[in-house]
Design a binder for this molecule. Structure first.
Ligand SMILES: *Cc1c(COP(=O)(O)O)cnc(C)c1O
Length: 233
């Protein structure tokens, strides 16, 4: 089987999973955006996915993301690029040049750096507040639920940024359903102050169905689409 055929088959399977999860939750599949997480896979895979109709791709590392963006920008100019990983403050300006959405905004300094980077690039950058629900591991990215509102207000205060919503990565080894439910409540509260912050980025290959049942608007799918990744070095 060619790589193209393998990706097409995986994409069809993922799309039917999303459709089934939407049907079970009485939601319209048009409300759920599939973000294909292409990290560690070559730019040629990004190009194939775009040809197959994928509109959104996600990467979690700079400069890998930058290189791939450069490689496919010409053949797939309309792709929406989501940056999902930790952002070093001193890389924020570079990321603001190619990313359309940053899912991992988790501290005031990063907000300032992204706003400045977007201004220099003459772009407007969509931002999500990354929320962390794991109280056992202080090293994880994301702000505590209690700190979402303040960081969101900070983002909304910059002309070059657009506060679009919230994101989480469910902690490993726990039932993700209550986590996604909590994120949905946080999103509803946030929308009272920021009506345009409608994005809920939640759910990956293992738990996308549970996330869709609790309002996810963006699911970030890597392995189920592209296959297993080589282990991190
Ligand atoms: C890698 C990654 C994903 C995709 O995970 P899979 O299990 O491969 O679907 C989603 N979100 C983030 C933040 C990631 O780093």
């Amino acid at each position: 089987m060619t790589r193209r055929a393998a990706l097409a088959a995986n994409l069809a399977a993922v799309r039917s999973r999303i459709d089934a999860a939407c049907a079970a939750a009485d939601r319209d599949p048009a409300e759920v955006t599939l973000v294909a997480v292409t990290k560690t896979h070559p730019a040629s895979d990004v190009a194939l996915l775009a040809e197959l109709g994928v509109t959104d791709v996600g990467e979690n590392r700079h400069p890998e993301a930058q290189h791939k963006h450069r490689d496919v920008a010409e053949s797939a100019p309309d792709l929406v690029w989501h940056f999902l990983g930790a952002v070093q403050t001193n890389k924020a300006s570079q990321i603001a040049r190619y990313a359309d959405v940053v899912h991992s905004v988790d501290r005031p300094k990063l907000v300032t750096a992204l706003a400045r980077g977007a201004e220099l690039a003459d772009r407007r950058l969509d931002c999500l507040v990354q929320v962390d629900f794991d109280t056992t591991d202080p090293g994880r990215a994301g702000v505590a639920p209690a700190d979402v509102a303040a960081l969101a207000d900070l983002i909304a205060g910059h002309d070059t940024l657009r506060l679009r919503g919230v994101m989480t990565v469910a902690p490993l080894g726990v039932d993700p359903a209550p986590v996604f439910e909590h994120l949905q409540q946080i999103s509803l509260a946030l929308r009272e102050r920021h009506p345009d912050a409608t994005v809920i980025s939640a759910g990956m290959s293992e738990d996308a169905d549970a996330a869709i049942a609790r309002g996810a608007t963006h699911v970030r799918i890597g392995r189920a689409l592209l296959g297993e990744r080589p282990p991190l070095k």
